[in-house]
Design a protein around this ligand. Structure first.
Ligand code: HEM
Length: 125
């Protein structure tokens, strides 16, 4: 989302004049190799410590940060939790292909990274 600076802040040695429109690029944090060992691959270890316990990753900011961060973050997190727990309680998920043969490389598409088309099998538990 575009934002406009309301003062003349200094950022990394440069003054950003009041009124300048700034586009925060969340991509630069969400794919930062300093915080994600393999930023371009599906890797749950990005969010687990050495013991397999969930850990907070400061660069995981899909809802942005600060005063104008997403107002819907709470409801979105709750919905995702309810959706996936209900879903996994009721279905077994598998792939008709061997995992190593499934290419999950995102297809670039302007503003977003879209997943490629692939098949998944859902079996009622
Ligand atoms: C996966 C789902 C969602 C993601 C990843 C997401 C992400 C974002 C991001 C990145 C922003 C911009 C923050 C900024 O400008 O710094 C934003 C703003 C906003 N989002 Fe979401 N959002 C999601 C779902 C929702 C939902 C479900 C709602 C409403 C129920 C919502 C309401 C808003 C509102 C009102 C803003 C503007 C906040 C402001 O400008 O003060 N979002 N969201």
């Amino acid at each position: 989302m575009p934002h406009m600076v309301i003062r003349d802040p200094e950022f990394r040695g440069s003054i950003i004049p009041k009124g300048t429109v700034v586009f925060p690029v969340l991509y630069s944090a969400l794919f930062d190799p300093c915080y994600f060992a393999t930023p371009n691959t599906f890797n749950p270890d990005h969010f687990l410590d050495a013991s397999g316990v969930l850990k907070k990753n400061d660069a995981f900011i899909p809802f942005s940060v600060g005063k104008r961060s997403c107002l819907g973050e709470g409801i979105t997190r709750a919905e995702l939790f309810l959706f996936f727990t209900t879903f996994l309680q009721n279905f077994s998920v598998s792939s008709p292909m061997a995992p190593e043969d499934t290419d999950l490389t995102p297809q670039e598409s302007g503003m977003a990274k879209l997943p490629p088309v692939y098949q998944i099998r859902f079996l009622p538990r």
